[in-house]
Ligand binder design. Structure first.
Ligand SMILES: N[C@@H](CCC(=O)N[C@@H](CS)C(=O)NCC(=O)O)C(=O)O
Length: 119
């Protein structure tokens, strides 16, 4: 397991729990900040500094070269977690493989197609 400084900002929505599931499946240690979107906590200035869209989920982490990064949008976060932490390909596939192409197809279909249609 790589070093992790992951902090997850999320809520129990469909987009939100996807990221929690990936973190748990990968066994990545992480800090968790619950944002109750019914109280508009995701629009507070401190969170807009993290994700200017004011939407959950978002993740912050520190790269191997000590750069702090913010990743938002569930599909982007899932790809980031796979690239950074799924070195054994437990929940993702090797870049360049046919399976990886298929995974990207369905990830984008879900995020750009089915997800927005469901609101
Ligand atoms: N495409 C984005 C959707 C993000 C999104 O719409 N999040 C909703 C909860 S599922 C949210 O933060 N809603 C509160 C708001 O828009 O203020 C993703 O997959 O992360």
């Amino acid at each position: 397991m790589e070093e992790s400084n992951v902090e997850l900002y999320t809520s129990s929505t469909l987009s939100g729990v996807k990221v929690s599931i990936a973190l748990e499946e990968l066994g990545i240690p992480y800090e968790f900040e619950h944002l109750d979107i019914s109280t508009n906590r995701q629009k507070k200035p401190w969170f807009l500094e993290i994700n200017l869209k004011g939407r959950i989920p978002a993740v912050t982490d520190t790269l191997a070269d000590s750069t702090d990064v913010v990743i938002f949008d569930s599909g982007s976060i899932l790809l980031y977690l796979a690239e950074q932490y799924d070195k054994d390909h437990n929940i993702s596939f090797l870049v360049g493989s046919a399976e990886h192409c298929e995974m990207i197809n369905w990830l984008f279909f879900q995020n750009a197609g089915v997800g927005p249609m469901q609101g």
